[in-house]
Design a protein around this ligand. Structure first.
Ligand code: SD4
Length: 317
């Protein structure tokens, strides 16, 4: 049995190609890397890789994480500038036993030494978004906004290995050096091939507080289904944050277990995600929070068309 799940509609093309590789018996590590690289390379996705939106100094700083569920090996980069594929650097780092999580200049030095492709990641389009935002920024809180999303993918291959990886430009207009949950093991991603894997997207500062990806895998290990584990983890963290400080940021999560069953939960509306499993078609689902329950339904063609139109529309003043 092979299966994969990924955050947000933007993962679809990569997931479809990845499925073909999984059918041929390719390993989860290679597959997840390839699927995420496709999102990193696509210039119209403004929250991951090339074309990702910059920080408040108009510099694109990228975060990525990778975990191998067979060995629990983890690699991650944070605040890395001008490398085309942070996910590949994170994967490479996971092969080491020490120095597996590198930030900023250290990460860049490592990536250069290893020969990873350098690329100016700030695009003209991202600059336009930046200038537009600067004009209206004064009144706005820093938060994940529509279309600004981390790609997180969990893959189960035919050999039963589970691998998870993430990649993001983080929050638009973040402070220089700010990192979210995406390069933090247990928060943005977690995998254990004996159980399954999970990944998160939303407000990193809040997702981290619940170590939410680890928590989902832990709940699955205790016997909850992926859906129950996702829902419980989101509700518990959401309630705790609201009770203790009156506010919870966006929390959206996905998971699959070692049998290829999947789950998703969110505290927002219209969280999109992609599932592709053996003997099934790849499906884009939408998830809505309805009174603490996540309602999941396939995205309509109209929604899919509009998604792409919005991503590729000219940026108006
Ligand atoms: C972060 N979790 O850097 C990421 C951003 C994100 O939807 O997922 N936005 O906090």
């Amino acid at each position: 049995m092979w299966a994969m799940i990924a955050t947000w509609r933007m993962a679809l093309e990569g997931v479809c190609e990845a499925g073909e590789l999984l059918k041929k018996g390719k390993g989860a590590g290679e597959v997840v890397e390839q699927a995420i690289r496709m999102v990193e390379d696509f210039p119209y996705y403004k929250s991951v890789g090339y074309g990702g939106l910059p920080n408040e100094e108009m510099i694109v700083e990228l975060d990525a994480g990778y975990m191998d569920g067979n060995t629990l090996s983890v690699g991650a980069v944070a605040g890395i500038k001008d490398f085309a594929n942070p996910v590949s650097i994170a994967k490479e780092l996971s092969k080491d036993n020490v120095n597996c999580v590198l930030v900023a200049e250290g990460a860049e030095k490592y990536a250069s030494q290893k020969g990873f492709e350098r690329k100016t990641m700030l695009t003209e389009r991202a600059k336009k978004h930046y200038h537009k935002r600067v004009k209206k920024l004064q009144s706005q809180e820093l938060k994940p906004y529509d279309g600004h999303d981390t790609v997180g993918e969990v893959v189960l291959d035919q050999a039963g290995k589970v691998v998870v990886a993430t990649s993001t430009s983080g929050l638009f207009m973040k402070k220089a050096g700010r990192i979210g949950d995406s390069p933090i093991v247990g928060a943005g991603f977690y995998a254990d091939s004996e159980v399954g894997g999970a990944s998160a997207t939303g407000l990193g500062e809040d997702l981290m507080k619940g170590c939410i990806s680890y928590e989902i895998v832990r709940k699955m290990k205790e016997g909850l289904s992926p859906q129950e584990a996702c829902q419980k983890a989101v509700n518990e963290l959401d309630e705790k944050l609201k009770k203790s400080k009156g506010f919870s940021g966006d929390l959206s999560v996905i998971a699959i277990d070692k049998n290829g069953q999947f789950g998703c939960a969110t505290n927002i509306q219209q969280f999109s995600f992609v599932v592709y499993r053996q003997n099934e078609e790849a499906v884009v689902y939408l998830a809505d929070n309805v009174d603490g329950e996540t309602k999941i339904y396939p995205a309509s063609q109209e929604w899919m068309d509009q998604y792409m139109q919005e991503r590729m529309a000219p940026i108006t003043e």
